[in-house]
Design a protein around this ligand. Structure first.
Ligand code: UD2
Length: 311
């Protein structure tokens, strides 16, 4: 079994990835600075004797290198990031530090300490406003935020490392991930996390626009499984793949599931469309199926049922 270091371990996707690696029998070194992650997300992981945790900022390069030297991981799953597109617009310096420079520091530590594989949290944001749907990996990359640009730059950096130094690099281009532990704190948080909080609190939700806009929502359980496949599958090449469901779901359909669970709560109100919103986003899941043997299995409706019932 492998020895895997996960950065951003206490985050939404990180903590589910840690849980799944542990369930598969691997040993895991979790790293997080709790900037946006939460210790409570690792409550299950802390029960495992195969889990070790280090509170560490990945931009502290000396401490990061010391940790790699001490723990000698086989693979790194690099999920630590500035996760908000909006925050990358208001604080581009921090976006560069956390979403570009940190990637370099992780790649360098990995190279220096003989890590065989790096799995990286990329994003559909690298495609920008793509209109030719479903979006394939070969589509033009037109990031429209510092966040999307940083994710694309990090992909290139890592793939260059892979080619030069013989590491296997997998870039995971996540679409709209949802599920338990997603933080609804900001108005720019994922829409499903906002709806889940507001329905639970008994306050109505607002749909920006007519609700016919669609997204490729993917359950965090599927995303964690894709991360484990990318980390542990033998004989895998370097590359980038969409991690998506390949299915378009409208906001009205999402709201409809919540309405069935909460019949007493007022119907959504409609506000003006959000500035800069795209109407439709949909990924092609075919490359991930071919490269990783990954296909999403959780239907949006059952993922929403689980999320609502766990609230
Ligand atoms: C992503 C980014 C967002 C922005 C946008 C640019 C995430 C989570 N969000 O948004 O920051 O950069 O890309 O295209 O990465 N909505 C509502 N009511 C709400 C909240 C959202 O109707 O209370 C709508 C929103 O207007 C959009 C849809 O829900 O049409 C999905 O919103 P999202 O922020 O979850 O995801 P996305 O891909 O639009």
């Amino acid at each position: 079994m492998g020895h895997v270091l996960v950065t951003g371990a206490a985050g939404f996707i990180g903590s589910h990835t840690v849980d799944r690696l542990l369930a598969a029998g691997h040993s895991v070194i979790g790293v997080d600075n709790f900037r946006t992650g939460h210790r409570v997300n690792l409550a299950g992981a802390f029960q495992s004797a195969r889990f070790a945790f280090h509170e560490l900022d990945v931009t502290a390069s000396d401490r990061l290198a010391t940790l790699f030297a001490a723990t000698k991981p086989d693979a790194v799953v690099h999920l630590a990031a500035l996760v908000s597109v909006q925050e990358s617009l208001t604080n581009p310096d921090l976006n560069f530090a956390l979403n570009v420079h940190a990637t370099h520091l992780v790649a360098e530590a990995a190279r220096a300490h003989g890590v065989r594989r790096i799995v990286f949290a990329s994003s559909a944001a690298i495609y920008g406003n793509a209109t030719d749907l479903p979006i394939r990996e070969s589509a033009e990359k037109n990031p429209i935020s510092p966040y999307g640009a940083a994710k694309l730059a990090s992909e290139e950096l890592l793939l260059g490392y892979g080619a030069a130094f013989g590491l296997t690099v997998r870039c995971q281009r996540y679409f709209n991930v949802f599920g338990p532990r997603q933080d609804p704190a900001s108005p720019y948080s994922g829409v499903i996390s906002i709806f889940a909080r507001r329905y639970r609190d008994g306050t109505g939700v607002t749909i920006y626009g007519d609700g016919q806009q669609t997204r490729d929502f993917i359950s965090v359980h599927d995303v964690a499984r894709a991360n484990v496949l990318a980390t542990t599958s033998p004989e895998i090449g370097c590359g980038a793949a969409n991690i998506c469901s390949g299915r378009a779901t409208s906001l009205l359909d999402v709201a409809g599931v919540f309405a069935r669970h909460y019949p007493a709560i007022e119907a959504p109100s409609h506000g003006p469309p959000r500035a800069g919103d795209i109407v439709h986003s949909l990924g092609s899941p075919e490359l991930a199926a071919a490269a990783l043997g990954f296909r999403a299995e959780v239907a949006v409706e059952s993922g929403l049922d689980e999320l609502i019932n766990s609230a």
